[in-house]
Design a protein around this ligand. Structure first.
Ligand code: KG4
Ligand code: ZN
Length: 346
């Protein structure tokens, strides 16, 4: 079965083609991505209307390119999958509209995918895919969750952020330091030249006794510290970046270890844009090696949004019998859609 996946929930247009196999995980045949970062950079963040318009421009040419690269034709596609939510409403509508139009034109079924399930299953696209069950640390721009994952569609949230997500903490702190958008990669690059213990920053909810997170206070502490530094900020920016990153990473690592202890599991899967962070990977690898826990990550270029994870999640859901693709082409999107509601509302 050939599944075409379309991602358009935020500022990347992604299209990919995966093929299910008799045995093992589906195979990624080809994928294409257009990042809108350069376009939004002038505004310091994502402008939703510009995002939608750009998705409209990019999605069909990208689909053509992906089919061409894989040597397949549009009529070979068996299922058209798209990101149904969560995300920006207008941006989601572009992918959903194009996917349903393609499905209707080809007479092929369509399937709406949960964006976070895409991230969650993206490590299955790597050369060394995980096995179920595992604990998942999902760290994207809008979500920070620890989950127990027993199989496709079998997700239990163990803890999550009560305010900002980890990606937001990176982005907002970076903005305060004048590092622009997207802040995470910029802050993490600058942090490589700084001292992690240069500034004492809070580790919110580190000892809360549960698996929830809170990053809003950290951003305020970074703001206070920047104001205190005044004219010295420029010279101390790398130290502040390193200290901020260390605070975020320490909380993510300690809570992940606590989730592993709580569930007794020996496998951790990290997914979402912040999963690309080098310091986080180093710390998790070191701590998990000590405890004989295997850690799986998506390949670096598939940590942030892409079409491959959407095609993969759709293929895995279909294979697991979790969902059927339908020939109903009247579509809706779900800009807000908690992952644990997936089985009830798909
Ligand atoms: O998963 P994603 O592409 O989008 C959402 O679904 O939200 O994640 C984007 C987030 C942004 O907050 C971005 O700053 C962060 O991931 N990010 C990073 C790194 N690369 C991306 N944060 C820290 N270090 C990185 N290397
Ligand atoms: Zn995402």
């Amino acid at each position: 079965m050939l599944v075409l996946g379309i991602e358009s929930s935020c500022d990347e247009t992604g299209v990919a083609l995966v093929q299910t196999q008799q045995q093992g995980v589906p195979l990624l045949l080809s994928h294409g991505l257009h990042s809108q970062i350069a376009m939004h950079q002038a505004y310091g963040g994502v402008v939703p209307e510009l995002a939608s318009r750009d998705h409209i421009r990019r999605v069909v040419p990208l689909a053509r390119q992906v089919l061409h690269d894989s040597g397949k034709a549009m009529v070979d596609v068996d299922v058209v999958a798209y990101t149904k939510g969560p995300g920006l409403a207008g941006a989601l509508l572009v992918g959903a509209g194009v996917a349903c139009a393609l499905g209707a034109a080809l007479g092929k079924p369509v399937l709406g995918v949960h964006h976070l399930e895409g991230h969650l299953l993206s490590p299955f696209l790597s050369a060394d895919p995980p096995e179920f069950p595992f604990v998942a640390l999902l760290v994207s721009g809008g979500h920070t969750q620890l989950m127990r994952v027993d199989g496709v569609g079998r997700y239990e949230i163990l803890g999550e952020t009560i305010d900002d997500a980890a990606g937001e903490a990176f982005d907002k702190s970076a903005k305060l330091m004048g590092l622009g958008y997207p802040g995470g990669p910029a802050l993490s690059k600058l942090a490589e030249q700084g001292q992690t213990d240069a500034f004492k920053l809070p580790r919110p909810l580190l000892h809360s006794g549960n698996l929830d997170f809170s990053f809003a206070g950290l951003k305020t502490a970074v703001l206070t510290q920047s104001q205190r530094l005044g004219a010295d900020l420029e010279a101390r920016k790398a130290d502040l970046a390193a200290s901020t990153q260390a605070a975020i990473v320490e909380v993510l690592v300690k809570k992940s270890l606590a989730a592993l202890d709580q569930t007794g599991m020996k496998r951790l899967v990290v997914a979402g844009g912040v999963g690309a962070n080098r310091h986080l990977r180093e710390q998790l690898n070191a701590q998990c090696a000590k405890r004989k826990v295997r850690v799986h990550y998506p390949e670096l270029h598939l940590c942030t949004d892409n079409g491959a994870m959407i095609a993969m999640a759709a293929a895995m859901r279909l294979q697991a019998g979790q969902q059927e693709a339908t020939r109903t082409y009247a579509f809706d999107v779900k800009p807000r859609w908690p992952l644990d509601m997936l089985s009830q509302s798909a």
